[in-house]
Design a protein around this ligand. Sequence first.
Ligand code: SF4
Ligand code: SF4
Length: 102
Amino acid sequence: MCHEKNNLETLDPQQWESLCERCARCCYEKIDFNGRIFYTRKPCDQLDLQTGLCRVYDQRDQARSDCQRLTPEVVAAGILPADCPYARRIENYQGPVMGEKE
Ligand code: SF4
Ligand code: SF4
């Protein structure tokens, strides 16, 4: 049994940020098809493909109104890859389908 499970609500902002491995996979556009999330191969236009980092991270809400800031509820909704460190803390997490549609 993993003692890390289900404790996203208890993390302080620094602990929360430090969980991210900066893989950038969640910064690709997604499609909700009948309640199932599909990742596309189209990166967000604010993603620096060389560094894998967001160019506007601190102002991402203003720069991209559709950039979804992560919260425990957003993570639980299933938008992150199943092996993302946030998703791994959700019991019975069902991840999206990755890279299936352009
Ligand atoms: S998929 Fe997870 S680890 Fe990767 S950038 Fe997104 S939040 Fe961070
Ligand atoms: S604006 Fe949001 S989705 Fe786009 S690169 Fe930045 S963090 Fe990722």
